[in-house]
Write a protein that binds this ligand. Structure first.
Ligand SMILES: Nc1ncnc2c1ncn2[C@@H]1O[C@H](COP(=O)(O)OP(=O)(O)OP(=O)(O)O)[C@@H](O)[C@H]1O
Ligand code: SF4
Ligand SMILES: [Mg+2]
Length: 326
């Protein structure tokens, strides 16, 4: 199908079961990604962004993490129905993830070239011969702006930004159709951050990869995302095109809080605005709207009734303020 979505996440809920309690990390979220599209997942720490990514990759911690409801459709097929082996193949060939702390993705005692080669080895089932494999390693290094002769070096011989490029090269080794980048530039200083982002945008253009970009930085969102989903306490409280989020007139009170004021799309880098109060305890979520204890616009109904999503075209806001009758 021509306009089939690459990824559709439907009513997805994820819990972590610890000895003490059940953590409701992701609660009934819905979003989709088209081909070559990038969606930004934005929200304060603990909002459920990484959990969403791990659920899609099916890399939740085995003993504690569990998807309790929903569907994850990748090219129309529900990933939750796949076997472990099938998922391993899908992860190797169709989707990959750059983890939140990329420095931990690199093995300090293995050369950069060997690490990229390893990701190629696992991912290529058509048993490429050695020369082809070497050529592909060189090609990947060049793609991310590293000279191939450096492949015999170890991670510690690379700067932070260069290490991040190696991690990106590893994630791209399988030519993924979907790349999930979990805060890919947070550990880097601003100049390097800009370089890595520019590189990712260029690669996306060149390779046609769809992306989920998880970030705290509104500047990163403005620079890289077609669509944006704002997460709070495991829910998506607002989503729309980047234009809806940055230039729209209607917003969820949480989004307004995060933005401080609505910035324009030209903004370069901008951290989220701190909001008074804390995210609720995910083992004991409040009734009604999860944001109500911190919301300046809170009404009586918000304290006991969960708001419905209200759509303005593709722009969706989950808040009682936008109900026709409250
Ligand atoms: N392995 C785990 N066991 C128990 N609880 C967990 C586990 N991993 C995450 N959580 C909890 O699940 C909730 C969502 O966490 P998650 O890591 O998805 O948030 P996040 O939005 O990625 O935050 P950050 O911006 O800090 O990376 C948090 O309350 C977190 O404490
Ligand atoms: S539903 Fe009520 S408490 Fe929640 S964000 Fe909207 S106005 Fe605020
Ligand atoms: Mg995270």
């Amino acid at each position: 199908m021509m306009n089939e979505k690459l990824l559709v996440v439907k009513d997805l809920s994820v819990i972590y079961k610890t000895d003490e309690a059940i953590v409701h990390a992701v609660n009934k979220i819905n979003f989709d990604i088209g081909r070559k599209e990038t969606i930004g997942l934005v929200g304060e720490t603990g909002a459920g962004k990484t959990t969403t990514a791990l659920a899609i990759m099916q890399l939740l911690p085995e003993r504690t993490g569990r998807i309790t409801e929903g569907e994850i459709l990748f090219k129309g097929e529900n990933l939750l129905k796949k076997s472990k082996n099938e998922m391993r193949m899908i992860r190797g060939e169709r989707m990959s993830m750059i983890f939140q702390d990329p420095m931990t993705s690199l093995n300090p005692i293995v050369t950069v070239g060997d690490q990229i080669r390893e990701s190629l080895d696992i991912h290529n089932h058509d048993k490429k011969n050695k020369i082809e494999l070497e050529a592909r390693v060189d090609e990947l290094l060049k793609l991310v702006g590293i000279q191939p002769r450096r492949k015999s070096e170890y991670p510690h011989q690379f700067s932070g930004g260069m290490k991040q490029r190696v991690v990106i090269a590893m994630a791209l080794a399988c030519n993924p159709e979907l790349l999930i980048a979990d805060e890919p530039t947070t550990a880097l200083d601003v100049t390097i951050q800009a370089q890595v982002l520019a590189l990712m945008a260029e690669l996306k253009e060149q390779l046609g990869t769809s992306m989920i970009m998880i970030t705290h930085d509104l500047g990163v969102v403005a620079q890289t995302c077609d669509k944006v989903a704002i997460m709070y306490a495991g829910e998506i409280v607002e989503q729309g095109t980047a234009r809806d989020i940055f230039e729209g007139e209607k917003h969820h009170p949480y989004t307004l809080g995060l933005f401080g004021s609505i910035p324009d799309l030209e903004v370069e880098t901008r951290r989220l605005n701190p909001i008074d109060g804390l995210m609720p305890d995910p083992t004991d979520l409040p009734p009604g709207c999860k944001f109500h204890p911190r919301c300046k616009s809170c009404m009586e109904i918000c304290k006991h009734k969960q708001p419905e999503p209200h759509s303005f075209g593709n722009h969706i806001i989950v808040c009682h303020l936008y109900a026709k009758e409250v």
